[in-house]
Design a protein around this ligand. Structure first.
Ligand code: FPP
Length: 243
């Protein structure tokens, strides 16, 4: 079975899952975190090289203060409790997104986890946190413009590789597979440049109900996809095309 080198997941449906149980939305985030932990371990065991989890978007700052605050607490607690396990599992942790908006104690905990796992050589685990693709692309354009202004680069030299290496995801390869749970079928400002040739897998399962078997189903679907990256496959008979 062909495994994706990079899986990116939009973990959606925590709030609906909790509401269906008559519980506050935050209960869904707590359960969602336990699921994230299991899926991280499962990806690591399967030998997936890169996993990006959309943990908090730039738009999520507009949620009620209590929910935002609980999500930050969850993240901090997760990292404090899990960093030792990440090291044991040889998982290297990093973050993409605008950490200047994240509370100082959370940013410090993130920094410590990044440092503590920096020598790990297994799964590259990335949390997209306070992340938005438009903001990321805007930042990249700004940094390239500054290099042009400083005379380090000419406008003609700006190509896809210059843009690629100016994005926060660099040098992680583009996601081969993007999974979104909960029945929604959109990208929601996630890895828009990087998703140019990603395969999408949408499932109605709400994130707190997502299990390793659902991950296996997604991997199975991925291995059956023909990825042509805009080209034709070697077996395509062009002469059969109708006039
Ligand atoms: C989407 O569900 C989920 C989020 C906005 C947050 C995702 C965060 C977690 C799973 C917890 C933190 C993660 C880690 C890895 C520590 P939603 O609230 O939009 O659900 P809804 O669409 O049903 O309202």
């Amino acid at each position: 079975m062909t495994l994706p080198k990079h899986i990116a997941i939009i973990m959606d449906g925590n709030g609906r899952w909790a509401q269906l149980k008559g519980r506050p939305r935050t209960f869904g985030h707590v359960k969602g975190t336990r699921v994230a932990k299991k899926i991280i371990t499962a990806c690591s065991k399967k030998g997936i090289k890169n996993l990006t989890l959309y943990a908090f978007s730039t738009e999520n700052w507009f949620r009620p203060q209590a929910e935002v605050s609980l999500l930050m607490t969850i993240l901090r607690r997760y990292l404090k409790r899990e960093t030792e396990n990440l090291i044991k599992e040889n998982i290297r942790f990093s973050v993409i997104g605008d950490l200047s908006r994240v509370p100082k104690d959370v940013a410090e905990t993130i920094g410590k986890s990044i440092e503590a796992t920096s020598k790990c050589t297994g799964l590259n685990l990335v949390f997209a946190l306070s992340y938005g693709s438009r903001q990321e692309i805007t930042e990249a354009v700004r940094s390239i413009a500054a290099r042009v202004e400083a005379g380090e680069l000419s406008a003609d030299e700006i190509d896809e590789s210059v843009i690629n290496s100016s994005l926060s995801t660099y040098p992680t390869p583009d996601p081969d597979l993007i999974i979104r749970t909960s029945g929604e079928q959109r990208l929601s400002n996630f890895l828009m440049w990087q998703a140019a040739y990603s395969e999408f897998y949408f499932t109605d399962i709400l994130w707190p109900n997502f299990t390793e078997s659902h991950l296996d189903e997604a991997l199975h679907a991925f291995s059956g996809r023909q990825r042509r990256f805009g080209k034709v496959s070697a077996n395509d008979n062009l002469e059969k095309f109708p006039n």
